[in-house]
Design a protein around this ligand. Structure first.
Ligand code: ATP
Length: 492
């Protein structure tokens, strides 16, 4: 809106000048500059300084951050440099000016920066890269200057000798120069940050440590990562199994959790969750328990909360009975293929619509995987095809409900080809003729479809039994599913 008004005002001035309206355009021009100046000052980011907004707020300690042992160790090592400035100058070591935390969203980068401030008894100031970027050249640079001086004055007010300046979304503020459309403004802002960082020295009255965070390190300008600026790059990854359990414990500590809850099992079921997901999971589980008027959080609340965090809130809109039956048959197909490949792999099958899904299965990996074999990827394709094959066998046709499964299957097939695990051998997907790529994808998926059809054709009765159960109860747990599978086997 502001930009439109300024544009209109500028156009008006030009028109008046064109019509030679004396000194009126000059007065207007002066007014426009005044407005611009006022806006640029008003829009100065409100730095959310820890402790300033809420005096006495509890500081974050490293022990309140679950997992991330490597990141914590690396950061602590770097922070010792800040704590012992005399030692490092005695040894002639260059003072540490910046640490870059790199990792996916919600993994605890902000927490680590806050803990760093607490550990070094520094004042803490946090901003996001996007707060600096304006359309007008010079505004961002002015804000960077202001930020460093705010940082110093805050530390002085708090009687601290050092300050931690946390800049989130560093890729916006420190993206590669010359790549943005309004690059003059971006470049000037980054240049100013580099100037400020170069000006930091270990002998300043207030030592400032800049901690940046990004989940797109490849987008950063190389000048930022040059030695003497962001000297340390600390990887903050998604938590592993042990880390997830620790984070769950931290976030459930202040909640009444039933003793029977097996947190190791919950950690196994939450592969790929970030710390933020796990915090949300603990919160949602408590909300579900409260809705059911329970005094304790039970395992079923946590399991349902996992579904909610992954898939979203339950939808009010319910498909008709015929569609529900199709969805039950479809999901049962996925589940039986998964159990055929890896018994014990299914955690839940449900036809409760959530987010974009009308039904889904949740698998429980027995451990975290970081690399996959060709067999594993083919098995994943087989599970994805189970839904459509089950529909074909039981209902005589397929539906659009399988489109997302097929897309994922194609992506997995491409992954197999790209990793040199297909019959094509080691190839470059981008240089492969489209026809050959297409045929190879068809071959991989076709082989799995054949296998899945054979497996499910032998279990038509079982699919019917389980799908009826799912239709009736909306979901089936992995345990009951496996009971039904083994009863059927015994009966045969
Ligand atoms: P973004 O990149 O989106 O800014 P981030 O990496 O900075 O995310 P944080 O803001 O530190 O993530 O984490 C968000 C919330 O998630 C925290 O307030 C905390 O509740 C929870 N959380 C994330 N990681 C952890 C962890 N390792 N231990 C405990 N809680 C965590």
């Amino acid at each position: 809106m502001r930009d439109v008004l300024i544009g209109l005002a500028a156009a008006l001035i030009v028109i008046l000048m064109w019509h030679q309206s004396g000194f009126i355009p000059l007065v207007l021009l002066a007014g426009l500059f005044l407005v611009l100046f006022r806006f640029s000052n008003l829009k100065t980011p409100r730095f959310n300084a820890l402790g300033r907004e809420k005096p006495g707020r509890k500081q974050i300690g490293f022990n309140q951050i679950g997992g991330q042992e490597v990141a914590k160790k690396e950061l602590l090592e770097a922070l010792d440099f800040v704590l012992k400035p005399q030692d490092i100058s005695h040894m002639g070591i260059r003072p540490l000016k910046g640490v870059m935390l790199v990792g996916p969203p919600g993994t605890g980068k902000t927490l680590l920066a806050k803990a760093a401030a607490g550990y070094t008894d520094s004042s803490f100031l946090s901003v996001a890269g996007s707060e600096f970027i304006e359309m007008y050249a010079g505004v961002g640079a002015q804000r960077v200057r202001q930020l460093f001086s705010s940082c110093r004055s805050k530390a002085r007010r708090e009687n601290k000798k050092s300050a931690v300046l946390f800049i989130d979304e560093m890729d916006i503020l420190g993206g590669k120069r010359g790549t943005h459309s309004s690059h003059l403004e971006y470049d000037q802002t980054l240049n100013q940050l580099l100037v400020e960082m170069d000006g930091l020295s270990g002998n300043d009255e207030i030592n400032i440590l800049v901690i940046g965070a990004t989940n797109r390190p490849e987008a950063l300008d190389s000048a930022l990562l040059r030695p003497g600026r962001f000297d340390r790059i600390v990887q903050v990854d998604l938590p592993d199994l042990e880390g997830r359990e620790q984070i769950l414990k931290l976030h459930l500590k202040n909640k009444p959790v039933d003793e029977a809850v097996d947190l190791a099992k919950i950690a196994r079921e939450t592969f790929g969750f970030s710390g933020a997901h796990l915090e949300s999971l603990a919160n949602e589980a408590a909300i579900l328990a409260m809705r059911e008027k329970q005094t304790r959080i039970l395992e079923k609340h946590i399991l349902e909360a996992i579904d909610k965090v992954i898939m979203g809130e339950k939808l009010e809109r319910k498909p008709g009975r015929e569609e529900l039956w199709r969805i039950a048959v479809h999901e049962t197909g996925h589940a039986l293929v998964s159990e055929a490949i890896k018994p014990g792999s299914i955690s839940t099958v449900t036809i409760t619509p959530r987010g974009k899904a009308l039904g889904y299965i949740r698998q429980q990996p027995e451990r975290d995987y970081y690399i996959y074999t060709g067999d594993h990827l083919q098995q994943q394709i087989a599970v994805l095809l189970g839904g459509a094959v089950s529909e074909t066998l039981l209902l005589g046709n397929r539906s659009t409900g399988s489109a997302a499964d097929f897309n994922q299957a194609v992506e997995l097939a491409k992954r197999i080809i790209g990793a040199g695990l297909s019959s094509l051998g080691v190839v470059s997907i981008k240089d492969l003729p489209r026809g050959i790529l297409h045929r190879s994808i068809q071959q991989i998926i076709g082989a799995q479809e054949q296998w899945v059809s054979a497996v499910l054709a032998r279990q038509k009765e079982l699919i019917l039994e389980i799908a009826h159960y799912v239709l009736e109860k909306e979901k089936i747990t992995g345990e009951i599913l496996r009971q039904k599978i083994s009863h059927r086997k015994e009966a045969c």
